[in-house]
Design a binder for this molecule. Sequence first.
Ligand code: HEC
Length: 282
Amino acid sequence: MEAASPRSISVYLDDDAEPLATYRSPATFQLDTTKIEDGEHRLRLHAVDALGTIGTRIVHFTVRNGPGITVTGLRDGSTVHGVLNIDINSFSGDEPFDPERAESHGPIPVWTWVMMAVVAAWAGWYGLEFFNTPAQFAATPTYASNLALAAANEPAAGDQAQKAPAYSGKGAAGGFDYEASGASGYAINCSSCHGAAGAGVPSTFPSLAGDPVVGASDPKQQIKIVLRGLHGKVIAGKTFAATMPSFSQLSDQALAAIIDHERTSWVNHSPTITPDDVRRAR
Ligand code: HEC
């Protein structure tokens, strides 16, 4: 059998025997809390269906029309000893916002400590990361000073050479990107005469693509020419009016990178050199 639909609903306050009112459901009613004493209350709702069966629903609520009161220094249910300093405060019930915390003394909330700890942890992490230079950025101005710092903390120079990753003539090693530096170093210092593709300018600047000095497996001559410059040499049956300038002002690393760029680009496939080879040739 289907349940009969509710007919009437009675509203009781607290333990009152008499209902505040009885309505036909559904209904809307007003509860004037100014007529009720401040404190905890409950609203009991009794609905009766056509067969006389009663359904009950209880809603607990707190009325606060008078001033609010805060107590700091004594918590509900706490165990205490000795003399207590207790702060008490009261505030108007018709404030637009509840100033319960704002106007009363209180301990610093836990979430404030947690946020401070998070910020401090982040700052620590940032500090550590700052000195953890990614290899590909090591030679950039932003990180170069870090590198100098890191180098100062390294043990002896001898150990350093031992620890440096093996240099293959390509890619990056020991925090220096030989491949990128070689290509850009060539573009900046050499390509104006020898051409971007190393082809030179006929009768004016010799081609480095397929050049026997660049192609030689012994790199000594090439290193020497780049360090000291060159003039008056007959190359592939030609003499050149222009002078090849010296590039000794560049670092061992930068020169090794440029020389390796020439030795491994275009048609050239010569064995690569290291910064040490340049250092020995100076
Ligand atoms: C101002 C123009 C100019 C620039 C810049 C220049 N060169 Fe040269 N280079 C020459 C000339 C000219 C010669 C040939 C000189 C001669 O034989 O009289 C030459 C010769 C060479 C040779 C020797 C080739 C051989 O067969 O003996 C090499 C290697 C070389 N240059 C590499 C470089 C590198 C590496 C750079 C950049 C770091 C560079 N050059 C920058 C003009 C230049």
